[in-house]
Design a protein. Structure first.
Lengths: 100, 100
DNA sequence: CAAACATATCGCCTTTTTCCGATATAACAA
DNA sequence: TTGTTATATCGGAAAAAGGCGATATGTTTG
């Protein structure tokens, strides 16, 4: 885990919100079918609508969150579904408890 | 706690190192007398030497860490001693566990 | 095949961060 | 008082991040 990069990824209100929304996707993304929610996560378009930022910005935010290990991405057809990576988030918690 | 500002403060290798060094100041700052270490923390000059950055940069880093609640500062004579603020760090841990 | 759709990437400009040297402030010492 | 030491603050140049529109890539549908 590159801790500096992880903290940079978290240094942004929108990206923090995305992570928080993905804790409870059923509540925050009702427009999407339940099945894909549970299986793979939430697709970029739904997250973009909720953020209110441009498509390119949200796509870049999500790929940053993925590079830093905070979410995982699954491509299914023309959609990319993102969900929280609880293991990566646990690594962050451990880093803060042990190294900071 | 302004979580975005806290994560920005942690998005820097040197500032992370400072926090880590202050976990065990006796080991990392042997040049300083034990008494002030335990009482108030470590003074700016000692931290600056260990960082290898300019005096102004380190002073600004420390005041950023203080503004975000991660350390506390105590002025004693011509020295300012910095030490970890365990309460602020606990707030960060709780934020990560509850909000992220 | 072409058109439509979802996402990713590129180029660009603006804003913020990084880090420095110079200078200011404050405390101490002679 | 003057000089010295420790820290803080200011101003600026370079690098990075924020965020956009345009465009490219990949997938589905007709």
């Amino acid at each position: 885990m590159d801790s500096v990069e992880v903290f940079k990824a978290l240094s942004n209100k929108t990206r923090l919100q995305i992570l928080s929304w993905l804790k409870d996707p059923e509540t925050h993304f009702p427009a999407q079918e339940q099945m894909s929610l549970d299986c793979h996560g939430v697709c970029v378009g739904q997250i973009q609508i909720k953020c209110g930022l441009s498509q390119s910005t949200v796509s870049e935010y999500l790929s940053l969150l993925q590079r830093t290990g905070l979410v995982t991405a699954t491509r299914v057809g023309q959609w990319t579904y993102y969900k929280r990576n609880e293991e990566g988030i646990k690594l962050l918690e451990q880093f803060i408890q042990n190294e900071i």
